[in-house]
Design a protein around this ligand. Structure first.
Ligand SMILES: Cc1cc2nc3c(=O)[nH]c(=O)nc-3n(C[C@H](O)[C@H](O)[C@H](O)COP(=O)(O)O)c2cc1C
Length: 204
């Protein structure tokens, strides 16, 4: 079972994080889930999702909702320093932050590690694992751009929440799937939710 750390922060685009969670679970991955406090506000604002505030309760709720096993979905509190994601000896080698706020991006770029989400990203960077940040803001300030450049130079991948339109999307779902498919491609997880470039060109 491939293990992935998925962090959802308080940037707009909670729907991307939720779709990615669904896809990772249906691909049979083990998901180590982290959520910031602001992420819960955005989930409620944008998707009317009111997941339980208490992590253990929320984990049980999501396991029941997605019909997965306890082993497949683990949710950690923001100061659960004994969780596997807090240490290079146990953390998954792949982590996605989707969507990623500019605040979290800045904290990671500067090694703050003040909560488990930031610490987990710091661990993946120091262990030379794969860190994908689905950054979302518009426009970007020089601070945002400098932080993104720094993280890219450290080996992270900035995969902005900027879906393409060349697949002629008919719905918000098409746009969301486009972006989530690119994330899955980067993680080398088989996906069938959105075709790749040559598959579009073959169709036209
Ligand atoms: C509905 C909503 C949308 C937001 N959208 C963004 C956004 O797109 N990008 C961003 O950087 N912050 C956005 N914010 C602000 C962040 O939530 C805020 O900076 C927060 O402190 C980020 O904390 P976190 O990184 O721990 O999740 C948004 C907040 C709300 C309530």
């Amino acid at each position: 079972m491939q293990a992935i750390t998925l962090a959802i922060t308080g940037a707009s685009g909670a729907i991307y994080g939720v779709r990615l969670l669904e896809q990772l679970l249906s691909a049979g991955c083990q998901v180590h889930l982290l959520m910031s406090s602001a992420a819960k506000v955005v989930l409620a604002t944008e998707l009317d999702l009111h997941w339980p505030a208490e992590p253990a309760e929320c984990q049980q709720y999501l396991i029941a909702h997605y019909g997965c096993t306890e082993n497949q979905l683990r949710l950690y509190a923001k100061e659960d320093w004994f969780s596997p994601v807090a240490s290079g000896s146990a953390a998954p080698k792949k982590m996605v932050i989707c969507p990623c706020s500019m605040g979290t991006l800045a904290a990671i770029a500067h090694g703050i590690s003040d909560n488990l989400l930031e610490r987990a990203a710091d661990v993946v960077l120091k262990e030379r694992g794969q860190l994908l940040l689905v950054a979302r803001e518009t426009p970007y300030s020089a601070i945002h751009l400098e932080n993104m450049l720094k993280l890219t130079q450290l080996g992270a991948t900035i995969l902005p929440a900027s879906p393409g339109f060349y697949h002629k999307p008919q719905s918000i779902d098409d746009l969301v799937n486009f972006l989530v498919a690119r994330i899955l491609d980067h993680l080398h997880i088989k996906q069938v939710i959105s075709p790749r470039w040559s598959e579009y060109t073959l169709r036209t």
